[in-house]
Design a protein around this ligand. Structure first.
Ligand code: ATP
Ligand code: MG
Ligand code: MG
Length: 573
């Protein structure tokens, strides 16, 4: 079993390829390459016209439809989640280059300084740390992550140098770029080269946005796997990284860690430095084997120390360590700044420290209080949100939750002791018996709940956290409906709850086996299935109201990033 739970504050990263050999730059220029593709060549004059027209669209509004129409168009794209292969014309990997040619402006991609990150877990977090560090150095950054929680615009982040805070791309800009790309593809695709799939389209859109916005660095998270992922059409990144590997998407990537690692190592390029974190032996062997063809460099350790991280949880130190390696290598490679040699353990430069401390990515170790409940009652309802959905991440999520609730309960009581007050409503929470931990869970039916729920329950219980109740709900948002999909009826009697009932069964059997060992009795009321998320939240709010003494409900929301997104979306209403 792969465990990353040991994450030390000193994180080791490996440099696993060398910089001595270089592939020729590969993004083809539509105006200079011979190609079987039917796209027209575009003269300089036309290119200028296109760019001017596009700039005009951005200033005066776009020439496509509304945001809702854009989301509908996006939803109409195929959602293929299998590997790219050659069995169907439209799924060939090579077709990605044809899509890129549609965007003549994409030639700027050749000059883009890319950081490329694959991995099973922690890709998005690693990218967010990396982006934050480089933004603190004053570089104009573009960040592509996936999936999104509430709005598809979250996937595309552009910096705002003045305030040094990141922003998702604005709706106006998004629409301008979206329709430019969508309409061009619609016009130029045909039977040979059909419209791209959903994720491929979004990747192409990111390339377009980052090129047009002239970012100094584009940080790209792989969508799935690596070798055949659409982000892998960037053939000459500055540096790449592989975050922790584990079992996920096995039906696509293979059923052993070696096979999975082989796919992820598909992002390695000759001459491009690549880093990883400590991995299970089988995965590391494969990464090293692949890297050995590219001249392996020795291991080094980087000291993250006690620095504060913008993302909560011990596991984030591993991601942050990888991000430090990626950012410092990028800084060294582009030759713009003197950065300390990573072969020494040294104090991080101030901008790294600030970048790590201010990184953010919602739904990863995020704590949100229910404001509604606070104004109504002396009780308290707090949501702990984490989109873990693999066995390994269930474990890190359980550890994070256990220590976060303890920390929060302790800090409340010590704050109270310091203030010397006995009046505060939080006074009543200082005894842990007044704090109830509840699980709010769903996962996709392709996942195995007998792998996820025991990890979660056992790890929490090892840390002294025992769930009073588990609530199972269906997701509100449907993956391929990327819009404001939280508009299902609050309580739909038609909704199919068979999967949630399966989850409940697994949970109940875990509870039974614990009780069976300890008390040999029957359990009841350990769990509930609700037809919708609002119904579950209503139950939580009612329970807080109805508690005889002030009670804090600490709700862990996990199993699915979509469920986490649904909760956040409800709070934003
Ligand atoms: N280093 C890690 N080891 C194990 N689990 C992790 C690690 N980092 C993050 N996670 C878990 O994975 C979840 C998603 O984190 P993140 O978005 O950084 O990963 P990702 O690889 O981008 O995931 P996805 O597969 O959803 O794109 C987190 O909420 C956390 O539970
Ligand atoms: Mg994934
Ligand atoms: Mg991700």
């Amino acid at each position: 079993m792969f465990a990353v739970s040991f994450v030390p504050r000193t994180t080791s990263c490996r440099l696993i390829s060398a910089t001595s050999l270089f592939l020729p730059a590969v993004l083809h220029d539509a105006s200079t390459t011979t190609s079987t593709c039917s796209f027209p060549r575009i003269s300089e004059g036309f290119r200028f016209l296109y760019i001017s027209l596009f700039a005009l669209c951005l200033v005066t509004g776009h020439n496509g439809g509304s945001y809702e129409e854009a989301l509908a168009a996006l939803s109409s794209l195929r959602m293929k989640r299998n590997h790219a292969d050659n069995s169907e014309k439209g799924d060939r990997f090579e077709i990605l280059f044809d899509y890129l040619k549609v965007f003549s402006y994409i030639l700027h991609m050749l000059n883009m300084k890319v950081i490329h990150v694959a991995g099973t877990k922690g890709k998005g977090s690693t990218c967010a740390f990396t982006e934050s560090i480089l933004r603190n150095y004053g570089f104009r950054t573009g960040l592509l992550t996936s999936p999104h929680l509430i709005s598809v615009r979250e996937r595309f982040r552009l910096d705002r140098q003045v305030s040094l805070t990141f922003v998702d791309i604005s709706e106006d800009k998004f629409l301008g770029y979206f329709w430019w790309c969508y309409n061009r593809l619609k016009e130029r695709t045909n039977e040979e080269i059909p419209m791209p799939t959903y994720f491929r389209f979004l990747t192409s859109l990111a390339f377009k946005i980052f090129a047009a916005e002239k970012v100094d660095v584009a940080i790209l998270e792989v969508g799935l796997g690596g070798r055949l992922d659409s982000t892998n059409s960037v053939r000459k990144p500055v540096v790449c990284g592989v975050s922790p590997l584990g079992y996920d998407h096995m039906e696509i990537l293979g059923d052993t860690l070696g096979k999975i690692a082989g796919e992820k190592a598909g992002i390695f390029k000759l001459g491009v430095p690549a880093f990883t974190v400590p991995q299970p032996d089988e995965a590391m062997r494969l990464l090293e084997e692949k890297a050995s063809q590219l001249n392996v460099r020795p291991i080094f350790n980087y000291l993250i120390g006690e620095n504060k991280l913008g993302l909560d949880g011990e596991h984030q130190y591993l991601n942050a360590g990888l991000a430090v390696s990626l950012a410092s290598t990028w800084l060294q490679q582009v030759g713009k700044l003197e950065v300390p040699s990573l072969t020494q353990k040294c104090i991080l430069p101030e901008k790294f420290i600030k970048g790590l401390a201010t990184a953010s990515l919602q739904g990863r170790g995020q704590v949100v209080s229910d404001q509604f409940i606070e104004s109504q009652t002396s009780g308290d309802l707090v949501f702990y949100l984490d989109g873990a959905h693999t066995p390994e991440s269930m474990e890190v999520c359980a550890k994070w939750f256990s220590s976060a609730v303890k920390r929060d309960n302790q800090s409340e009581s010590s704050e109270h002791l310091l203030s010397g007050s006995s009046e505060s409503s939080h006074d009543q929470f200082s005894g842990e018996e007044n704090c109830h931990q509840i699980l709010l869970f769903n996962c996709m039916s392709v996942r195995d709940p007998t792998m996820l729920l025991p990890h979660l329950r056992n790890t929490c219980s090892n840390y002294g956290v025992h769930f009073k109740k588990a609530l199972f709900v269906p997701n509100m948002s449907v993956y391929h409906k990327v819009g404001t999909a939280a508009n299902l009826p609050e309580d739909d009697p038609q909704v199919d709850l068979s999967w949630q009932l399966t989850l409940q069964k697994v949970w109940e059997s875990l509870a039974q086996s614990e009780i069976g060992r300890e008390e040999d009795g029957e359990s009841s009321g350990n769990s509930e299935v609700y037809t919708s998320l609002p119904m579950a939240i209503k139950w939580l709010r009612d329970s807080v109201h109805e508690s005889s003494s002030a009670t804090r409900f600490q709700v862990l929301v996990t199993g699915s990033l979509h469920l986490v997104g649904d909760v956040l979306r409800l709070f934003r209403k």
